[in-house]
Design a protein around this ligand. Structure first.
Ligand code: 2NL
Length: 362
């Protein structure tokens, strides 16, 4: 058996370290690993030689070989992570799509049902004296959670529900808003009551299955004044349902619920029956959960710099995609966000026929 010396091990380590460094991709790196540490690898064979050494030699070369093996293993792991990160970045760069390019074929324009319903909501609530408020999709913890009276350990703050950005220089992470409530917080902080707004827009949650998409649409409403009470909430929401479903027959029920940002809180159900895939409101023997609502929690009023002993009001929130499905009889949420022109030409709306309370919403 050829004698192994410390110099041999040093040269072998230098050679493999250089090979690891030089590996251009994961398969090449794997070849280096097998050559060094695989069953018949150079280092593994030297390990086997230990058995034939004298105890004194083994005392020296055993630890030396183990150290060598550990250093090569960590170097390979580190290189592998770096190669994988490079591959991901290259894929991201090459798969980038220029969304500002003009469409390849002349588009036949039609309004997406979500856009149509957003228009209808704006028209209905404008008639009741509400303005439309907008705000950023990228939010901070204060406007999305803290000001809304979410406790520090509330599960919605968990990364499973919320998309967080990387931490910035100030050590805090921005996030994608999980509801449009932060729009209302911003409006309330920057204006004097009375406030009557709806906040429609995109919201984001880390959820993706048959009935959930990671981006969806919500509309929330907020009324703050000196003597707003639950009677106003009820009247406003019943009028909204009648206008939205274009019927005078509306029967609703309120079930007690919990939200951190309202007290008391309720969910509102509407009596309905199915007609094909669409719902008919006002008749039937079934109840449809439509929205959540409540009286704005005093802590929320306080967080916006207002005195809860002077100001109070109500708020509500609902899913726009779901409203569209119910009203226009679409049973599957997934095609909403797939660019299939057949679906859009079937369910889309003419952009020339604007939603209007006098001549009909749709
Ligand atoms: C739901 C329930 C709701 C609100 C949203 C709100 C906003 C402010 C203050 C208090 Cl600034 N409340 N929004 C209130 C009750 C319910 O949404 O199920 N949405 C899909």
């Amino acid at each position: 058996m050829a004698m192994t010396t410390n110099d041999d091990l040093g040269a072998l380590e230098a050679r493999y370290m250089a090979a690891i460094e030089a590996a251009g991709d994961v398969p090449a790196l794997e070849e280096v690993r097998v050559a060094a540490l695989g069953k018949k690898g150079e280092v593994s064979l030297k390990m086997r030689d230990l058995g034939a050494m004298s105890p004194e030699e083994r005392k020296v070369f055993g630890p030396a070989l183990n150290g060598l093996k550990d250093r090569l293993t960590s170097a390979i792991e580190a290189k592998k992570s770096a190669l994988e990160a490079d591959a991901l970045n290259a894929a991201l760069a090459s798969e980038r799509v220029d969304i500002t390019l003009p469409a390849a074929r002349a588009p036949k324009g039609s309004l997406h049902p979500v856009s149509q319903v957003m228009e209808e909501l704006a028209v209905i609530f404008a008639d009741m004296g509400f303005a439309v408020a907008e705000g950023p999709d990228v939010e901070d913890d204060f406007h999305n959670f803290t000001a809304l009276n979410f406790p520090a350990d509330h599960p919605a703050r968990d990364t499973h529900d919320t998309f967080f950005m990387e931490k910035g220089e100030d050590g805090t992470a921005k996030l994608l808003r999980t509801h449009t409530s932060p729009v209302q917080i911003r409006t309330l902080m920057n204006s004097e009551p009375p406030v009557r707004i709806i906040a429609p827009g995109r919201v984001y949650r880390c959820d993706w299955d048959q009935t959930h998409t990671p981006m969806f649409h919500q509309v929330e409403g907020l009324v703050i004044d000196k003597d707003t009470h639950m009677g106003h909430l009820k009247g406003c929401l019943i009028d909204f349902i009648a206008a939205f479903f274009e019927t005078d027959e509306v029967e609703v029920r309120f079930r007690p619920h919990h939200f951190p940002f309202t007290e008391p809180s309720a969910e509102m159900d509407v009596r309905y029956e199915r007609v094909g895939d669409a719902v008919k409101v006002g008749s039937g023997d079934k109840w449809l959960e439509i929205l959540g609502c409540g009286m704005v929690h005093p802590n929320v009023i306080k967080a916006c710099g207002l005195d809860p002993d002077v100001y109070q009001g109500f708020a509500f929130g609902m899913g726009v995609d779901r409203l569209a499905m119910l009203k226009y009889g679409m049973s599957d949420l997934r095609p909403f966000f797939e660019p299939d022109p057949r679906w859009l030409s079937h369910y889309g709306f003419s952009p020339l026929l604007q939603a209007n309370l006098a001549t009909g919403l749709s």
